[in-house]
Design a protein around this ligand. Structure first.
Ligand code: ATP
Length: 321
């Protein structure tokens, strides 16, 4: 398990991490979400041993990464968000250069690098100059580089950023395969829908702290229940309002003529009971559905309370119950 406790980091007067705690279970593919400046890069660079925190603890597999940096190096692989080509080096030379940092020499180094190039689908590009590679291929090479020492944990900062859709897909596929082969992967991304498809778990960072963390499936279920319930009636709006007012799961109602948007805290059974109440009161209901949710909408809800703004932007009547 990768365990981060109470991490604090400032750059001068900028407090980038403000007591960030997070747990990443072994075998998971963990997605870090957060707006620009939330602290994702800072967190990943600290975990990779490239940056020292001001305070806090971080351990992987029980090893204290801050106290034992030399051992930690062998547990963690890091893919930064920039490639940094080495002019005039071929793909194989580039990898062999990094392999030497992990004590691979001569034939061992060559075999290990060829193995890795094969793994990331670049076996036929070993003689190509790194500077001439496409962004997608550079990213694959960076991943191969981070895997040289066969680390248990692989950290990637925005691995699909700047890639065309085809390369993005193949990098995602590669990460999925690596996770299945036993690596624990943590990646940051701005493309939320991508995280929901790829990751098993997600952590939402805001302003240097973890706001929400959990399994993707749990978070998607929460999204489902955090979206408004849209109800429209043919007539009987006032009676419907009375029913909403009395229902304990309704937190607020926005009304636009014969259409209502309810903040409703109940699940499926409570929704069915509300619909029954309306029908028993002989209100002709011609629309009743949860607005479809997305990770984006959940993210916005979690990172800023935009409910009030939505209400103010709308001409509709709002009633807090
Ligand atoms: P982005 O998605 O834009 O990369 P991020 O979530 O990765 O953002 P960080 O890069 O970790 O966030 O930055 C967190 C905060 O620390 C931001 O306010 C940023 O401006 C600040 N920061 C990061 N690096 C430095 C630095 N070297 N010097 C000063 N401030 C920095």
């Amino acid at each position: 398990m990768l365990e981060i406790r109470d991490l604090v980091k400032s750059y001068g007067s900028v407090r980038a991490l403000k007591g960030l705690s997070l747990q990443v279970e072994d075998g998971s593919l963990f997605g870090l979400m957060g707006q620009n400046g939330a602290g994702k890069t800072t967190l990943l660079r600290i975990a990779a041993g490239l940056l020292a925190p001001d305070r806090g603890q971080i351990s992987a597999d029980g090893l204290d990464l801050l106290q034992e940096p030399a051992e930690a190096r062998f547990l963690i692989g890091f893919v930064p968000d920039t490639f940094g080509a080495y002019e005039n080096l071929t793909v194989l030379q580039y990898l062999e250069f990094f392999a030497s940092a992990y004590r691979y020499r001569g034939r061992n180094a060559r075999v290990r690098c060829e193995e890795l190039l094969d793994r990331v689908g670049m076996a036929d590009l070993s003689g190509r100059e790194t500077a001439a590679l496409s962004r997608g291929m550079q990213q694959r090479l960076s991943i191969a580089r981070a895997l040289i020492h066969d680390p248990k944990y692989l950290l990637l900062d925005e691995p699909t950023s700047g890639l065309d859709p085809g390369s993005r897909f193949s990098v995602r596929e590669l990460l999925g395969e690596l996770c299945e082969s036993g690596k624990t992967i943590v990646l940051s991304s701005h493309v939320l829908s991508e995280l929901s498809e790829l990751c098993t778990d997600i952590g939402i960072l805001e302003d240097g702290r973890v706001k929400v963390t959990g399994e993707v499936s749990e978070i998607l279920a929460k999204i489902e229940h955090s979206n408004p319930l849209k109800i429209s009636v043919v007539s009987g709006e006032e009676t419907a309002m009375g029913i909403f007012r009395r229902n304990p799961y309704v937190r607020s109602v926005m009304r636009s003529g014969k259409t209502f948007s309810l903040e409703f805290e109940g699940g499926g059974e409570e929704e069915a009971a509300l619909l029954r109440d309306l029908i028993e009161a002989e209100i002709p209901v011609n629309g009743f559905m949860r607005e479809p949710g997305s990770l984006e909408s959940f993210f916005l809800k979690m990172t800023s309370d935009n409910r009030e703004r939505v209400i103010l932007d709308n001409d509709d009547e709002e009633s807090d119950l």
